[in-house]
Design a protein around this ligand. Sequence first.
Ligand code: S3P
Length: 179
Amino acid sequence: SPAQTLIKPVVLVGMMGAGKTAIGGAMARALGVPFLDSDEALVEAANCSIAEIFERDGEEFFRARESEVIARLLDGAPAVLSTGGGAYLSADNRAMIAKRATTVWLKADLALLWERVRHKTTRPLLRTGDPYATLKDIYEARTPIYAKADLAVEAHASYSIDQMAARVIDALAGANLLK
Ligand code: S3P
């Protein structure tokens, strides 16, 4: 059967460590559409790391630039867009994304997320204080917000990136979002 592709952009949301970037890249390859990443676009525009943007300009500045970048990235042809874990928290961002795209929450439990981020130093939000306690607080506060996404797909430690991509694509097909 012919390969299926997207009828509109897909935005991946969820916690840091959920696999948004890796799974989004694999989905885009499988669907034959561009892969976009808001964190990556911000790093390119600022010519420094996310952690450096937070340090130098603050989180509020980062969030404002992030909203602009997401709006711009959703302007073109259907693509898979991975967003930073905080992007979906703003009601304005959610409304802007809902107008243009289908949103998929990559849902991973706290233990898996911690396993994935504990050895990394790239996440500015986990750089101070007790990183596990911070992750847990963020996880609990954000779960009901991520649940507003159009679809949710559960991640497990045993699923490969390609398996996860296939699971998301199946969910999109089940919601009649492929052609
Ligand atoms: C953030 C997650 C990061 C990045 C920034 C803030 C968050 O992206 O945008 O550090 O608020 O959860 P990842 O979800 O790709 O780690």
